[in-house]
Design a protein around this ligand. Structure first.
Ligand code: ZN
Length: 252
């Protein structure tokens, strides 16, 4: 059984690599990749403002190193990521519609691209990806709305917690959204939030299958049983599997 699944995954990966080669709109991974991060005080709290004020480029070094290591493994040559903290923005990106129809999604993506165009200033240069980091104080906001990134336009709206103790999980969300901007797809069931077997598993071959130790980054969660999963505490508990690597053009 596993052999058949593996062959199917392999075929899927080959197909994606072929389509990518044909479309040829992948990131050029031989050049340094610049990612610009604009913090936004999304809930207007003073505590959120204090959190934003202490951010610097080094706040995102863990994500940078994680991506460089993962990319180097696939490409067998160094890939350089530069995650840079940009200007704080005063205006929130347009809210991602919930239970959106296709039309809602199209309108939202146009609004979002218009927002990105309006917010851009020449000091920002020409980053490969721009992410808007919307920070919320967890004391006021218990759960965050969905983050989203667009491959076309290479922009993302990322909802994060403004708290030191949430930094590691913020990194997981940020890396996940960043890979969306490069063309990676979600590998979890949108209805249940559970990673899809086997595509969204870090180690689909493991026996017994549960509990898994790590999450596939685009699968989002660590599967604990066939019906339960948990958010990884940090990027250490995530891997990028071959399928995701193929989608973003790390395999060729
Ligand atoms: Zn996603």
């Amino acid at each position: 059984m596993w052999k058949k699944i593996r062959i199917l995954i392999l075929l899927l990966i080959l197909f994606i690599v072929a389509v990518n080669a044909y479309r040829d709109q992948n990131q050029d991974w031989t050049k340094p990749v610049r990612v610009l991060l604009h913090p936004v005080n999304a809930d207007g709290q003073d505590s959120t403002q204090l959190y934003i004020q202490q951010l610097s480029n080094s706040s995102f070094q863990t994500v940078q190193q994680y991506l460089q290591q993962a990319a180097a493994q696939y490409r067998q040559q160094p890939v350089y990521f530069y995650l840079q903290l940009g200007r704080e923005l005063k205006q929130l990106p347009p809210q991602v519609p919930e239970q959106a129809s296709l039309l809602d999604s199209i309108i939202w993506s146009l609004k979002f691209r218009f927002y990105a165009w309006r917010q851009h200033q020449s000091v920002d240069g020409a980053p490969h990806v721009t992410l808007y980091l919307n920070y919320y104080d967890p004391a006021h906001q218990k759960a965050l709305k969905h983050s989203t990134a667009l491959e076309k336009g290479r922009i993302g709206s990322v909802n994060l917690f403004a708290a030191e103790r949430q930094n590691q999980q913020n990194h997981v969300v940020l890396a996940h959204e960043l890979l969306h901007a490069f063309g990676a797809r979600d590998k979890y069931d949108l209805a249940t939030g559970l990673p899809i077997y086997p595509l969204g598993y870090a180690n689909p071959q493991q026996q017994p299958r549960y509990p898994q130790q790590k999450a596939e980054l685009m699968g989002g969660h660590i599967p604990l049983s066939s019906s339960t999963s948990k958010m990884p505490d940090s990027l250490q508990y995530t891997v990028i599997n071959d399928l995701t690597a193929a989608e973003i053009g790390w395999l060729r």
